[in-house]
Design a protein around this ligand. Structure first.
Ligand code: DX5
Ligand code: ZN
Length: 217
């Protein structure tokens, strides 16, 4: 199966967002991955609701919004209105994860749950049949351009089993440090969605890099 490819706009040139989004529109990318950071859940601040609205105005591809924020339930409705089609919250940021997932689904978005590198996949056992996507962090969230954590492969394999045993249809998304060395191996392990920031935007030819990722499988 061909992967879903989601370039991460965090690595784009923020002074030329319209141009960067046009590039994604013309490319074989499936989604635009949008990283929202609050400086509390993660040690960095990125972009908020007005920027997501602006991206939505130009993007022909669905927005996959990754909320790295505390108390996400306060903001999911605003991000949905801003144009998010997939909304992922962090398991580590949710005291009432089941309720948060229902909230996202009730807004008509696809519900994703992100897990940090230290978080066990067992934390998802009781909600796995409720979610559309699991965002497996393959770096510690907060920054683009970090080194891929090798333990991710084992996590994907375990997650795949958990999904199959529960009858869940959740997609496995890998976020952080995806590049030419690990992309095929991630798909072999069971990944469905590849997020790529620096690998795409730091290359001389982003469209060609997206096409290369898309041709794996
Ligand atoms: C990290 C973000 C990632 C990041 C990926 O906190 O969630 O989506 O943009 O960037 P690269 O591919 O450069 O690691
Ligand atoms: Zn992300």
């Amino acid at each position: 199966m061909k992967p879903i490819v989601a370039p991460s706009i965090l690595a784009a040139d923020f002074a030329n967002l319209e141009k960067e989004i046009s590039m994604i529109n013309e490319s074989q990318a499936d989604w635009v991955h949008v990283d929202v950071m609050d400086g509390v859940f993660v040690p960095n601040i990125s972009m908020g609701i007005p920027v997501v609205e602006a991206i939505k105005r130009y993007s022909k591809k669905p927005l996959d919004v990754h909320l790295m924020i505390v108390r996400p339930e306060q903001f999911v409705e605003a991000f949905r209105k801003a144009g998010a089609e997939v909304i992922s919250v962090h398991v580590e940021a949710c005291d009432h994860l089941h309720r948060n997932i229902q909230q996202i689904k009730a807004l008509g978005a696809k519900a994703g749950v992100a897990i940090n590198p230290h978080t066990s996949i067992q934390t998802l056992e009781n909600v796995i049949d409720q979610i559309d996507l699991i965002c497996v962090m393959s770096v510690n969230p907060g920054f683009g351009g970090q080194k891929f954590i090798e333990g991710t492969y084992k996590k994907i394999e375990g997650l795949k089993k958990l999904i199959q045993n529960s009858g869940s249809k959740a997609l496995i998304e890998i976020d952080g440090g995806v590049n030419q060395d690990n992309a095929q191996l991630l798909l072999n392990a069971g990944a469905d969605v590849l997020v790529a920031g620096n690998f795409v935007f730091s290359s001389g030819n982003p469209k060609e890099v997206i096409q290369r990722l898309k041709s794996l499988g």
